[in-house]
Ligand binder design. Structure first.
Ligand code: PEP
Length: 246
């Protein structure tokens, strides 16, 4: 099965009412490759603004969601609230949440289970630190993260995997095409242990300093099915990244 190329934009904790309005206007006016699935993830405060202003065909994602139904969980937002707001995607397990907010593999897996079982699709992030890469532990770390996910979920159809080496996020140090393809291939191989269908159908995105210059080469790798873009998603360059297959 041909996997639909996917480009996600993670605004992180950036933007204002006016700058996000400008990003939305740019996207609404752009000619985007219709074969590419595009999902943008503004900060929670701006989700509704973006969903209401963005043209149809471009989806919106939260950057995080809780693993419980509505209730006494101060500061969290629920899957039910996302769906009520016509937000059908969320990022989960971004390295900034795993490291700064101390989200464990199990917490990320539990959130992914709750979201996917309740109708919200997940851009599920994984990746190793520089220290882990230098110790030759990249595949071991990513496999550990995947195993924790597999322990909790059985339906993979609402999951897009984003491989994001931590040392490449926001640093300008993009993984080489070979480094990225090597890990993507290992992830695809691991997915065959779930099932041949899951391995064939699951999109594996690369994230880490993707820009309009490096996206073309990366996109040619057989196991790279798209990108999760941070810094460049706030810039007009995001449109070039979406159109990188052309
Ligand atoms: C990200 O935040 O997911 C990311 C990949 O960031 P950047 O593109 O800025 O490295």
């Amino acid at each position: 099965m041909a996997r639909k190329f996917f480009v996600g934009g993670n605004f992180k904790m950036n933007g204002s009412l006016s700058s996000i309005k400008e990003i939305v206007n740019n996207l609404n006016n752009a000619t985007l490759d219709a074969t590419v699935e595009v999902v943008v993830a503004p900060p929670a405060l701006y989700l509704l603004q973006v969903r209401e202003a963005l043209r149809s065909g471009i989806e919106v994602a939260a950057q995080n969601v809780f693993d419980k139904p509505n209730g006494a969980y101060t500061g969290e937002i629920s899957v039910e609230q996302l769906k009520d707001s016509k937000i059908h995607w969320t990022i989960l397990g971004h390295s900034e949440r795993r490291t700064i907010l101390r989200e464990s593999d199990e917490i990320v897996a539990s959130k992914t289970k709750y979201a996917t079982e309740n109708g919200v699709s997940v851009i599920w992030c994984c990746g190793e630190s520089l220290e882990e890469r230098e110790a030759g532990r990249t595949v071991e770390v990513v496999t550990r993260q995947l195993e924790a996910l597999k322990a909790k979920i059985s339906d993979w159809s609402r999951i897009v995997i984003a491989y994001e080496p931590i040392w490449a996020i926001g640093t300008g140090k993009v993984a080489t095409t070979e480094q990225a393809q090597e890990v993507h291939k290992a992830i695809r191989g691991w997915l065959t242990g779930v099932s041949a269908k899951v391995a064939d159908e699951t999109r594996i995105l690369y994230g880490g300093s993707v820009n309009e210059k490096n996206c073309g080469e990366l996109s040619k790798q057989p196991d790279i099915d798209g990108f999760l873009v941070g810094g460049a998603s706030l810039k007009p360059a995001f449109i070039d990244i979406v159109n990188c297959l052309q």
